[in-house]
Design a protein. Structure first.
Length: 467
């Protein structure tokens, strides 16, 4: 990237041979620029011992400001999507404005194109999956499912385990925000005292985050690691074993003092044939995504978009309310703020990769074995949003075995549960459950840390078996 000009005798003597130039010049234009860009990155890597340029300092400062905007969103009252999108786009514009040559501009354009391609795949998959969930939630299918599987009268301890099981399974199919909202509605309907309510919601946050790590539909970080070709889709499914054990053990820890009995006030929504068919289509799309990728290598985004198109056609021919409740409207009610946040974050991380600012992140893995480094990254994800953390790790060029990537998948997916502000599920729960504060949640930190450590140890053993 653009750096302060140094005397020629200080610049690395690394250049293409004549035969190398002929080979590069013979490539088509996009590939030629990419090879040249990769070569420049290798040159720049040899310059790491030099001080950072003023531009790099400014760009890193912009990334830090964006991260602070995410952390202190509740203080500044500025949506994190707006902050990250502003700094993400600004940083790339500065790269182009300060480019010193056509070659540097081509290299920057290549890096931006790579980042945009990654973002597009993630966006389209999330839009398809979230549209399915938005439709089913609006039609009351999810609420019906809860009261279908839950008994009308049950002990508090048994209900705690059933709630954890529901959150774990449901969050693997839907996004964490929807799973948390549905679970919080259930908790609020129980009319529990504050301490018991906190025990329930603590398990909800941990179970929601744990359930998402084993399926690409359940957690964005899992999807990001899968799309980076670090783990196979069937290998991810095995994470459900240690993750579920950790949730069970946390339920055991939290069940002390739950001795009462509760009665659920069930509410039923009318189910139309078209709603039942779309529910079945959603499950079929998930299974087809897993099978299609494992057997034929079909990208998950393609399968989910195909399922979404079938959903549109089913609604058109089976439903008679297209004017009053058009199916395409459900795309508009999905969490676009979340999608814009991912866009801004990935643009920032792509910029940091472009200037090689992520090399210091890899240094943690130079000092510690991946087993311990991944565990610490999970704890860091309770303070730093796991999406930028995961994106930075993926862009940093870390080399690990599939089993070690499984460990990182679990760590960044579940580690955010250690603090109430460490995950989207925790933040949503804090806004919905009266009495749930940062300090109140911290009372259960020892239980949460023990469950996280147990789950991570299980993933480590599973990774050794797979390897």
């Amino acid at each position: 990237m653009v750096r302060a000009r140094r005397p020629d005798f200080l610049r690395p003597r690394l250049s293409l041979t004549d035969s190398g130039r002929l080979w590069v010049n013979g490539l088509n234009s996009p590939l030629k620029h990419r090879v040249q860009a990769d070569f420049r990155r290798r040159i720049l890597k040899t310059e790491r011992n030099y001080p950072m340029s003023a531009l790099e300092t400014v760009l890193i400062a912009l990334a830090v400001l964006a991260l602070l905007g995410v952390i202190f969103e509740e203080v500044t009252h500025v949506n994190k999507a707006k902050v990250t999108l502003f700094f993400g786009t600004l940083s790339w514009i500065l790269l182009f404005l300060t480019s010193g040559s056509e070659g540097e501009t081509a290299a920057i354009a290549t890096g931006l194109a790579e980042s945009i391609a990654e973002i597009a795949g993630l966006w389209l998959f999330l839009v398809a999956a979230m549209t399915f969930v938005a439709y089913l939630n609006k039609k009351g299918m999810i609420e019906n499912l809860i009261y279908l599987i839950m008994p009308k009268q049950v002990s508090e301890r048994k209900l705690l385990f059933l709630t954890g099981l529901f959150c774990f399974i449901f969050s693997s199919l839907a996004d964490n925000i929807t799973a948390t909202l549905v679970s919080c509605s259930l908790i609020l309907s129980l009319d529990l005292e504050l301490k018991k309510r906190l025990q329930f919601v603590t398990l909800v946050v941990f179970a929601v985050n744990s359930g998402g790590v084993s399926l690409i539909t359940g957690d964005v970080t899992t999807l990001m690691i899968f799309l980076a070709d670090k783990v196979e889709i069937l290998t991810l499914l095995t994470l459900a074993i240690p993750a579920s054990i950790a949730v069970f053990m946390l339920a055991v820890f939290l069940s002390r003092g739950l001795t009462g009995t509760v009665t659920l006030r069930a509410t039923r929504n009318e189910i139309r044939p078209v709603d039942a068919v779309i529910s079945a289509l959603f499950l079929l799309t998930i299974m087809a995504t897993i099978a299609g990728n494992a057997v034929f290598g079909i990208p998950p985004v393609l399968t989910f978009l195909f399922g979404l198109s079938i959903m549109f056609l089913i609604s058109r021919f089976m439903s008679d309310d297209s004017d009053l409740d058009p199916i395409l409207e459900y795309i508009r009610i999905i969490e676009f703020e979340t999608l814009l946040f991912f866009l801004g974050i990935l643009l920032l991380v792509g910029m940091l990769k472009e200037i090689h600012a992520l090399d210091s992140l890899v240094a943690v893995y130079d000092v510690l074995p991946p087993l311990y480094a991944n565990y610490l990254m999970g704890i860091f994800s309770a303070v730093i949003d796991n999406v930028p953390l995961t994106a930075a790790l993926l862009k940093a060029g870390i080399t690990m075995t599939p089993g070690e990537w499984m460990g990182l998948t679990y760590a960044v997916g579940v580690g955010g549960s250690l603090l109430i502000i460490g995950s989207a599920a925790g933040i949503v729960a804090m806004t919905k459950i009266p009495g749930l504060t940062f300090g109140a949640y911290m009372r259960y930190l020892a239980h949460l840390l023990a469950a996280y450590t147990l789950g991570y140890a299980g993933v480590f053993m599973l990774g050794r078996f797979i390897n």
